[in-house]
Design a protein around this ligand. Structure first.
Ligand code: G
Ligand code: G
Ligand code: MN
Ligand code: NA
Length: 248
């Protein structure tokens, strides 16, 4: 079984590292940014973040892990001056009163322009602890950090929440993209979800794009940014370097 002590040691020793997935322009396919995703090469092989992120949350290690991911992702992304960096943030981190200070310190230490950083959050925290979430978001928006609402369309994020938290971007959940091929009303639901964000003047990223058919529909529906295996899998920083050279 996966032990808290293994996870604690992995965070401390740097065994958890970011890979980066391209975020590309829906218009011309050029890379605009990357999303950092945590990977753990454990003693018995790869362990999925779907396993170790919830464990970190339960074990009280999510602040340390989140800080480690932010700092290491920023340190790598410094070499891509023209790219945005997206980092996932656990709802629990956002509820910590120290969160905004931790982020601004990391940005200052690394000399990273706050405007190049987007924090991706899921809607749960907006419901469970809206006041602390709002304080953290507002403090960081003041210095220029951007916020994206992740996994939009699969839960219950309200129109009101989209407005009042001031999200700079929404990311349409992969399940809505998958539903294009699986459900008869999939395309209508997907388009309606995108139109909702566009009506609020919030730009939309579509995630989980695996084929050209999906890419075409999402571009036509108004998404300005695409992400998925078709555009690029999560990869090591050195592979991002190569993609940037190829598009230059
Ligand atoms: O990369 P992958 O599809 O395996 O990620 C699985 C889940 O883990 C996704 O929901 C993703 O958002 C989440 N995840 C990946 N990296 C991080 C991270 O650094 N912090 C947090 N909070 N979640 C992450
Ligand atoms: O919750 P979040 O959106 O942060 O999760 C992103 C997860 O989705 C990562 O684990 C990443 O590896 C995965 N992912 C990214 N693109 C695709 C894709 O095109 N298909 C599938 N199946 N998963 C993807
Ligand atoms: Mn994400
Ligand atoms: Na998502």
């Amino acid at each position: 079984a996966l032990l808290e002590s293994d996870l604690r040691a992995a965070i401390a020793s740097g065994a958890i590292t970011p890979v980066f997935q391209p975020l590309v322009s829906a218009v011309d396919g050029s890379m605009h940014g990357v999303e950092a995703l945590a990977r753990w090469d454990g003693p018995r092989g790869q362990i999925s973040p779907e396993v170790f992120i919830p464990l970190a949350e339960k074990a009280g290690l999510i602040d340390a892990l989140g800080r480690h991911m932010l700092v290491t992702s920023i340190a790598q992304a410094r070499r891509w001056p023209d790219l945005y960096l997206s980092v996932n943030v656990s709802p629990l981190q956002l509820c910590s009163p120290d969160f905004s200070h931790m982020v601004s310190t990391a940005l200052e230490t690394e000399g990273f322009d706050p405007k190049r950083l987007t924090l991706e959050i899921t809607e749960g925290v907006l419901m469970s602890n809206p006041d602390q979430a709002r304080r953290s978001i507002n403090a960081l928006k003041t210095i220029g950090v951007r916020f994206a609402l992740d996994d939009f369309g699969c839960g219950y994020a309200s129109i009101g929440a989209l407005r009042t938290f001031g999200f700079d971007r929404v990311k349409i959940d992969r399940s809505l993209v998958t539903a294009l091929e699986e459900k008869s009303n999939g395309e209508d639901v997907l388009k309606a979800t995108i139109l909702l964000a566009i009506a609020l003047d919030i730009p939309v990223t579509a995630e989980g794009i695996e084929n050209l058919h999906q890419a075409q529909i999402l571009r036509a529906a108004g998404c300005d940014q695409l992400q998925g295996y078709l555009m690029g899998r999560p990869m090591q920083a050195g592979e991002i370097d190569i993609q940037l050279l190829e598009q230059a």
